[in-house]
Design a protein around this ligand. Structure first.
Ligand code: FAD
Length: 519
């Protein structure tokens, strides 16, 4: 049996196999040569002290003890080309993992995606960054892989269901992600690595008889006696099936409008809204690691901060160390920010959404839109920001201290946001109460993270697509829509996920629920 050990070592020892073996040999009082292999099971950084430590959980195999490299394999998939068909709308993590699960269960997914395949999307991302052109079907939110494809690929979730999380992480490893994601406390994949993994998932679905249609936008859902019959696409084509997983994400406003128009029950849902702050990565490293230079063994530091301000939670969201701020609008006439990082997180800047939790009562001025009130509130802020910054994909920007002092910044230095920025007093973008909370909150943040409140930090607005402004209610046991038989609202857009992993888990769950009904 291997020996299990929990230990704290320096970053240098954690990064070097020989040094680690040497260290362990002293701990368990054997010679380093007697250690056959060390498996790292968990790794996290403890930056609470000035001398930063790495927490490790390891298995030590001594010479002569049975040890085999374990390889994570894909499940056994079946040929489903002639099986019962299930429509999956949306090829984000929810839709793709639903489709994979359906194949595993012997059902045939027909995945329908409005955007392009993951490689084809790149041209449209370039167009939004360089030419300010927003393609309404292919952008940072829409297209194969969904919203998280060109992201930081953070894979942590607040889900307590560790078994479900591990299964998704293992599937990602089987599709080519580094095994490190199984070990790190805060795993991430990175924009450069995600597309290939997504492509391989799609190819597997097709190899076993599933269908994947790109450039195909669902424009209607066919119903008979409150039961799904199929869908209609933008070309007027119909695809028939009486099971439909709707995994269209938090930005598919046309789908929310369609459901509302068809009187399919949906409800407004609170979400969070704010700005995206950018600091130099070096500054964040120095705050988080209490040092001037983080050295070669520590990763670019992340941060996570939450404060209660005027009775509201204000917190960092989707923080991207060594990352870039991305233009995430899905329609012309609006601007939206979010962030991404490459796998090495080696860009010079650190960005994070800094958002405030909204309440349903905040949507009152939009009450006439009923269940779409939150969505209209969100849209109004994105459109106002577009107007204020000059009606391109430039975003309103302000230095952080200037913002807390209601002062328009005299200049805005170049930031990682490629389309560019316009100096604007942020108070104009948000309703007064939100600006007030943000101003107070940044001062509070500066007290917890010394150096964070600085005029070197640039705020970009708005960070508005934090989660869905609408919930599509479903039965908590069967996952079927409360009113429409055969409709399975799924993932972030339906209000049941808040990130790549939780969306993937929800996709799998919807597929499992459908298989249950067909037994
Ligand atoms: P989505 O990923 O939004 O997928 C929905 C899909 O449905 C899209 O591909 C869309 O094109 C398609 N669709 C919409 N309408 C239609 C229609 N009418 N017909 C056909 N297809 C349609 N999360 C993390 O966990 N970690 C991160 O690091 C991270 N970084 C992010 C960075 C960015 C820039 C963005 C935008 C998001 C990030 N997120 C991150 C959030 C994460 O991407 C989402 O939580 C996740 O993708 C939700 O998955 P989903 O499958 O529910 O929806």
């Amino acid at each position: 049996m291997p020996r299990e050990l929990l230990l704290q070592v320096t970053p240098e020892i954690a990064a070097n196999e020989l040094l680690l073996k040497d260290y362990l040999s002293k701990q368990i009082k054997v010679s380093p040569q007697e250690i056959q292999h060390v498996s790292i099971l968990k790794r996290s950084i403890d930056a609470r002290q000035k001398a930063i430590k790495i927490n490790l959980k390891v298995f030590i195999y001594l010479k002569g003890e049975p040890f085999q490299e374990s390889k994570i394999e894909l499940p056994v998939y079946k040929d489903v080309s002639k099986s019962q068909e299930v429509i999956v709308v949306g090829a984000g993590p929810a839709g793709l993992f639903a489709a994979l699960q359906l194949v595993e269960l012997g059902l045939k997914p027909i995945v329908i995606e409005r955007g392009k395949d993951v490689r084809g999307r790149r041209r449209d991302l370039k167009a939004i960054n360089r030419e300010h052109i927003v393609n309404e079907d292919s952008n940072y939110c829409f297209g194969e892989g969904g919203a998280g494809t060109y992201s930081d690929g953070k894979l942590y979730t607040r889900s307590k269901k560790r078994g479900d999380v591990t299964r998704i992480l293992e599937l990602l490893v089987a599709f080519g992600a580094s095994e490190d994601i199984l070990v790190e406390a805060h795993p991430h994949i990175g924009t450069n690595k995600l597309p290939k993994i997504i492509e391989d998932i799609r190819n597997k679905i097709i190899e076993f008889g599933g269908q994947v249609l790109f450039d195909t936008r669902v424009t209607d859902i066919l119903l008979k006696n409150n039961e799904v019959e199929g869908i209609v696409t933008q070309n007027g084509d119909t695809i028939l099936a009486n099971k439909l997983i709707l995994a269209t994400g938090h930005s598919a406003r046309d789908i929310f409008e369609l459901l509302d128009k068809k009187k399919i029950f949906i409800e407004a849902k609170p979400f969070a809204l704010g700005v995206r702050a950018e600091h130099s990565q070096q500054l964040i490293d120095s705050i988080q690691y209490s040092c001037d230079y983080r050295g070669e063994h520590l990763p670019p530091a992340p941060y996570s901060i939450v404060k209660q301000v005027n009775g509201r939670g204000m917190y960092s969201f989707c923080m991207c160390p060594g990352g870039v701020i991305a233009p995430c609008a899905t329609s012309p006439g609006e601007v939206v920010t979010n962030g991404w990082s490459p796998s090495k997180r080696d860009q010079a800047t650190a960005n994070s959404g800094i958002v405030i939790e909204l309440k349903l009562e905040d949507f009152k001025p939009f009450a006439k839109f009923g269940a779409l009130a939150g969505m209209e509130f969100q849209k109004s802020i994105e459109q106002k920001a577009w107007h204020l910054a000059g009606r391109t994909q430039k975003v309103p920007a302000q230095r952080m201290i200037d913002f807390t002092q209601n002062k328009v910044s005299a200049d805005i230095p170049k930031t990682s946001y490629v389309p560019g920025t316009t100096s604007v007093e942020m108070g104009q973008v948000f309703p007064g109460f939100l600006s007030q909370i943000l101003r107070e909150g940044f001062k509070e943040f500066g007290k917890s993270m010394r150096g964070y409140l600085t005029n070197e930090a640039i705020l970009h607005a708005p960070e508005s697509r934090t989660s869905s402004p609408v919930r599509i209610p479903r039965d908590p046991i069967t996952y079927e829509h409360l009113q429409i038989k055969g409709l399975y609202p799924c993932g972030e857009g339906a209000g049941y996920a808040g990130g790549i992993i939780s969306a993937a888990i929800d996709g799998e769950k919807c597929a499992l629920m459908i298989a249950e009904t067909l037994k």
